[in-house]
Design a protein around this ligand. Structure first.
Ligand code: NAD
Length: 364
């Protein structure tokens, strides 16, 4: 109960004092909120994540709604248009995408394509005058991530990365416990995320499309978790790789890496396409805390100082898209900006370099 209260308090602060204002004058705020326009979102790419998570999440958003779709498949687009009641003029193909510039129904696009396509569509969207939300990993290289940030800046458009766990209560509690040193300074973080069962014909096994293997797909959650527990970015990485299956010719199967942080904390991380694992464990000076499962859409279980953590389930994707809408519309904080995605791309490139050159790689 205490934890839930603390989380809600933190959420109200994160919302730029808006909840505090509502306590002062709820009627005035309710009227002002009702007058605010819901922003139109266009989903770019209607694959598994859009179908299973983002489309349904957009049924529960308060500050944005599904207004458009971009797909290469006429059949899929027709099915979505019917299911979500999308007007024909708001349905685009990858070829007609740039015409979105003339569509006032669309305020931001959400890019949910294979990793190598993120940069192209983010830049095209910014040039079309649309704000951009982009799935993780932000890109497949530091250079592309920088080009995306530059394009959004040049067009004066906002950019956010799909790090949904910034809106998930158990992970937010990890941030609070670590950054506020509730159990003393953090000394060690162990983070692992791996999954089996990616179909062999999936683009995730194609280096040109994915930019890498398990690290790009799920290892990135471990990098981010270490940074948000500590509120710091790593100083260096040292990594090794294990391959057990001949199919992993182009992309990584299992990687292990260590990171050192400015506070003196160290992290030990594992990612894999051959091991089902999902864990965050933090050893602080006066106690431990952690999560397992840690990064899934649902079902997190956590502990801190020997006690179980309890939080209600919330739809983190709905909250994340609403938060981006409020960032665009009301200038509220962007918890997951493009610069955060760029930072993680730098760590990812350093990990691959460390494996290639069999050495510790500095990030400063
Ligand atoms: P997916 O393969 O299910 O969907 C990809 C979509 O892109 C499909 O609709 C496909 O038709 C389309 N596409 C367009 N051009 C393509 C091409 N040349 N080759 C292949 N597909 C093409 O993938 P997904 O699992 O939905 O992942 C999409 C993105 O979302 C990835 O960047 C992934 O990392 C990210 N993702 C994020 C989360 C999260 O929790 N934040 C979860 C899953 C996926």
């Amino acid at each position: 109960m205490t934890n839930r209260r603390q989380f809600l308090q933190q959420a109200s602060l994160g919302a730029g004092g808006l909840l505090a204002a509502s306590a002062l004058n709820p009627l005035m705020l309710a009227c002002a909120e009702n007058e605010k326009r819901s922003l139109g979102v266009a989903l770019v790419g209607l694959g598994n994540y859009s179908t299973g998570q983002l489309g349904p999440a957009l049924r529960n958003t308060k500050h944005c709604h599904l207004a458009g779709i971009v797909s290469g498949s006429a059949d899929k687009a027709a099915k979505w248009a019917k299911e979500y009641n999308i007007s024909p003029q708001n349905v685009y193909t990858y070829e007609t995408f740039d015409r979105i510039a003339d569509n006032p129904d669309i305020d931001f696009v959400y890019i949910v394509l294979p990793n190598s396509m993120h940069a192209e569509y983010a830049i095209r969207a910014a040039k079309a005058g649309k704000h951009v939300m982009c799935e993780k990993p932000m890109a497949t290289s530091v250079a592309d991530a920088e080009a995306m940030i530059a394009a959004c800046k040049a067009a004066n458009k906002k950019l956010a990365i799909g790090y949904r766990l910034y809106h998930e209560p158990f992970n937010r509690e990890m941030m609070r416990l670590g950054q506020e040193k509730v159990h003393g300074a953090v000394r060690l973080i162990e983070a692992s995320f791996g999954w089996r069962g990616v179909g062999w014909d999936n683009w995730r096994f194609n280096h040109a499309m994915a930019g890498g293997g398990a690290l790009m797909d799920v290892g990135i959650y471990c990098i981010r978790a270490c940074s948000y527990v500590l509120g710091e970015n790593p100083l260096s990485v040292m990594a090794t790789e294990v391959k057990t299956h001949p199919h992993f010719k182009e992309v990584d199967e299992t990687l292990m890496w260590h990171m050192e942080f400015p506070s003196g904390a160290v992290a030990s991380c594992t990612t894999s396409y051959a091991i089902n694992v999902e864990r965050l464990h933090v050893a602080a000076e006066n106690g431990d805390f952690g999560l397992s499962p840690a990064y899934s859409y649902d079902g997190q279980r956590g502990y801190a100082g020997g006690k179980a953590l309890e939080f209600p389930h919330i739809a983190e994707q709905s909250n994340h898209m609403d938060a981006f809408a409020r960032h665009i519309r009301d200038n509220e904080a962007n918890l997951t900006p493009g610069e955060m995605g760029l930072q993680d791309m730098k760590v990812i490139e350093a990990i691959y370099l460390s494996i290639k050159e069999k050495r510790r790689v500095s990030l400063v």
